[in-house]
Structures are given as structure tokens and as C-alpha cells.
Design a protein around this ligand. Structure first.
Ligand SMILES: NC(=O)C1=CN([C@@H]2O[C@H](COP(=O)(O)OP(=O)(O)OC[C@H]3O[C@@H](n4cnc5c(N)ncnc54)[C@H](O)[C@@H]3O)[C@@H](O)[C@H]2O)C=CC1
Ligand SMILES: O=C([O-])CC(=O)C(=O)O
Length: 345
């Protein structure tokens, strides 16, 4: 869902009859799609659930968490948009939450506090992701997975291994959500070169932690005022440290939740559009890849009816970007290996 679309929905929602008409119309013209959010009562989960409730492509919205989902689901279910909302809580309701799901979004797990790296979350979140993916393999093996839980560089390989063991792995349907890196790169670029942020595109490749986040500002569009090498270095560093900027500002109360919910909603919307056969849906995402020598890598991906339709290449890189690519490889490789090893232990 684009910012402009969301703004339009919110503006028009003051007239409830509009949304009723709109949802009636949408359910007639759009296929049924069930979306499940795992970790739906959390800092990301709640606003993400709200944004998915505003998305007319969703017909069923399942909200699962280990606690507090009845309240979140009751609250969101009163919004007069298309989807029917159900809350599920605890292991015994996980299967029902997942059954029939087309897209499963996973923001379950602990967030960072100041001084921590995303990898410091591995010990807790790896087990959470492994458990949830085991259930996904059982109850909705064909769903498209949007992995938000950190460290994404490792949780995506963990999910792949769990699905391989269960015999359900489809490399086209497993996505690490790196959209927030793109959202940040667009915002910071637009602010610097003074162009309309709504028109901006910036690919961000690599992974989702520190130097593994590699924004390609040489490919940013539209071109505004020329950026100096120092400005590109500063924009790159701010994008790489965007998560830490929020963690520090929240001072112990977690990491990005609202901007992540927005980014998660944008990415899930793109996946739904792809599933529905809308052409030319391209987003950056961390997927199984052969465009470098690393088995998982974020780059532009064309989305289609089966998930990944095409993993797009890196395009021309500047020397600065080539160096950034070389610098990130060893860290990304060890995060991937750590995930694979954990899943197979
Ligand atoms: N990919 C990305 O760009 C980003 C990823 N994140 C990551 O997202 C994750 C969630 O962050 P927040 O929502 O801020 O954390 P939070 O602590 O506010 O919420 C996490 C939720 O997960 C739930 N949960 C824990 N174990 C679960 C399980 N087994 N099944 C279902 N739910 C479970 C908790 O009950 C809680 O409601 C963190 O790992 C964070 O690092 C955060 C921002 C950006
Ligand atoms: O920084 C964190 O821990 C959360 C995150 O992934 C982000 O905001 O990009």
C-alpha cells in the first residue's frame, strides 16, 4: 500500500458509507486472500494489523500472538473495511490461525535495546522463528512468508531449513522484509537532494543489519542536485544505522515499530498484488539468490502469482558500492551459516 493510497483511505474513511461501498465493491472484484500476522499484539504487530485491515485486497485477517490477541482483534474487527478479523492466542490456536493463509507476516520476537546488535537477538528469536515455521509447514505450506523478526539475515535461512526438512520449501515464497531500509533510503535521499519523496526510488541490497545494508544511491531516481562523495557516504551510513537511530531514541523501549508496520504493509501489499496477477510489481527483498556467491541476498525482486518471479541483478555499481558489497559479504555469510547451523542442530 503506497503512502498516497493509505492517506486517501484515511481521508475518505470519515464517510463510513464510502468504505462500506468500497469494501462491497472490493469483495466483488478481488479474490479472497487470507493474511496471518504472527506476533500481532506486539509493537509492530498492532499497527501492522491495523494497516492490513485497511487493505482492500485482504478478505480474512488472522491475528496470532502468545498473549493479548483477543483485545487487539476485537478492537480492529470493528473497523468497517472488507476483511473479517479473528484473534488467536497460544499454541493450541496457531494451526487455525495459519490454515488457508495466503500470506504469513512474522514480526514475532524480541526487539533490540541500546547497545545491542540484531545478532544479539538470535538466541531468543531463532527458536521462536523455528517453532512458527514448523507450524507453517504443517498448516499452510503454500503460503508466502514475510519474515520481519530479527536478525533477518539469519531468520530467513532458519525458515528455509525448517521448510526443507518438512519437504515444503519453495524458494519463491520466502521473503526477508527489508522494505524499511528502502523506506529510510528514500526519505533520507529526498531530504538531501530536495525532490518529492513520493517520486523517489532507491534500491537497497545485501542484508538487513549494519554494513550488510547497502543502499545504491547511484541508481536513485529522480536525480536531484549532485551528491558529493561525502554526502553519499553520510547517506549510506544513516541508512545502515537507521534502526540503531530509532533504538537509541526509544532509549530502552524497543526498536522501530510504526515505520516498520508501514514498511511491512507496503511489502505485504506488493506480495498480494503479485499473487493476484498484477504485473510489474518490484520490491527489494532478502531471498534465496544467485546474483552473488551468497545463498541469500537482498535485491530487487519481481513478484508474481507464485511469489518470486525474477530476482533482478545489481545493475552498475560505483567503486564505493562495489567496495560496500565486498565489505558486507563475510558478515552476511556468517549470519547465514549461523542460521543454517541452528536449524539443523
Ligand atoms: N525487518 C525489519 O526491518 C525489522 C524487524 N524488527 C524485528 O521485529 C521483531 C518484533 O519487534 P517488536 O514488534 O518491536 O517487538 P515486541 O516485543 O513489541 O512484539 C513482539 C511480539 O511477538 C510476540 N511473540 C513472542 N513469541 C511469540 C511466538 N512464539 N509466537 C507468536 N508471537 C510471539 C510477543 O508476545 C510480542 O507481542 C523484533 O525481532 C525486531 O527486531 C523490528 C523492526 C524492523
Ligand atoms: O534496528 C532494529 O533492531 C530493528 C530493525 O531491524 C530496524 O529498525 O531496521
Amino acid at each position: 500500500m503506497r503512502a498516497s493510497m493509505l492517506a486517501t483511505i484515511l481521508k475518505r474513511s470519515t464517510t463510513s458509507s464510502f468504505l462500506l461501498r468500497r469494501s462491497y465493491h472490493s469483495s466483488e472484484s478481488q479474490p479472497e486472500r487470507k493474511v496471518t500476522v504472527l506476533g500481532a499484539a506486539g509493537g509492530i504487530g498492532q499497527p501492522l494489523a491495523l494497516l492490513m485491515k485497511l487493505n482492500p485486497l485482504v478478505s480474512k485477517l488472522a491475528l496470532y500472538d502468545i498473549a493479548a490477541t483477543p483485545g487487539v482483534a476485537a478492537d480492529i474487527s470493528h473497523i468497517n473495511t472488507r476483511s473479517l478479523v479473528n484473534g488467536y492466542m497460544g499454541d493450541e490456536q496457531l494451526g487455525e490461525a495459519l490454515e488457508g493463509s495466503d500470506v504469513v507476516i512474522i514480526p514475532a520476537g524480541v526487539p533490540r535495546k541500546p547497545g545491542m546488535t540484531r545478532d544479539d537477538l538470535f538466541n531468543i528469536n531463532a527458536g521462536i522463528v523455528k517453532g512458527l515455521c514448523t507450524a507453517i509447514a504443517k498448516y499452510c505450506p503454500n503460503a508466502v512468508i514475510n519474515m520481519i523478526s530479527n536478525p533477518v539475515n539469519s531468520t530467513v535461512p532458519i525458515a528455509a531449513e525448517v521448510f526443507k526438512k518438512a519437504g515444503t520449501y519453495d524458494k519463491k515464497k520466502l521473503f526477508g522484509v527489508t522494505t524499511l531500509d528502502v523506506v529510510r533510503a528514500k526519505t533520507f535521499y529526498a531530504g538531501k537532494v530536495k525532490v518529492n519523496v513520493a517520486d523517489v526510488d532507491v534500491p537497497v541490497v545485501g542484508g538487513h543489519a549494519g554494513i550488510t545494508i547497502l543502499p545504491l544511491f547511484s541508481q536513485a531516481t529522480p536525480k536531484g542536485s549532485n551528491l558529493s562523495d561525502e554526502e553519499i557516504t553520510a547517506l549510506t551510513k544513516r541508512t545502515q544505522d537507521g534502526g540503531t537511530e530509532v533504538v537509541n531514541a526509544k532509549a530502552g523501549k524497543g526498536s522501530a515499530t510504526l515505520s516498520m508496520a508501514y514498511a511491512g504493509a507496503v511489502f505485504a501489499d506488493a506480495c498480494l498484488k503479485g499473487l493476484n496477477g498484477v504485473p510489474d510489481i518490484v520490491e527489494c527483498s532478502y531471498v534465496q539468490s544467485t546474483i552473488t556467491d551468497l545463498p541469500f541476498f537482498a535485491s530487487k525482486v519481481r513478484l508474481g502469482k507464485n511469489g518470486v518471479e525474477e530476482v533482478l541483478g545489481l545493475g552498475n555499481l560505483t567503486d564505493f558500492e562495489k567496495q560496500g558489497l565486498e565489505n558486507l559479504k563475510s558478515e552476511l555469510k556468517s549470519s547465514i551459516d549461523k542460521g543454517i547451523e541452528f536449524a539443523n542442530a
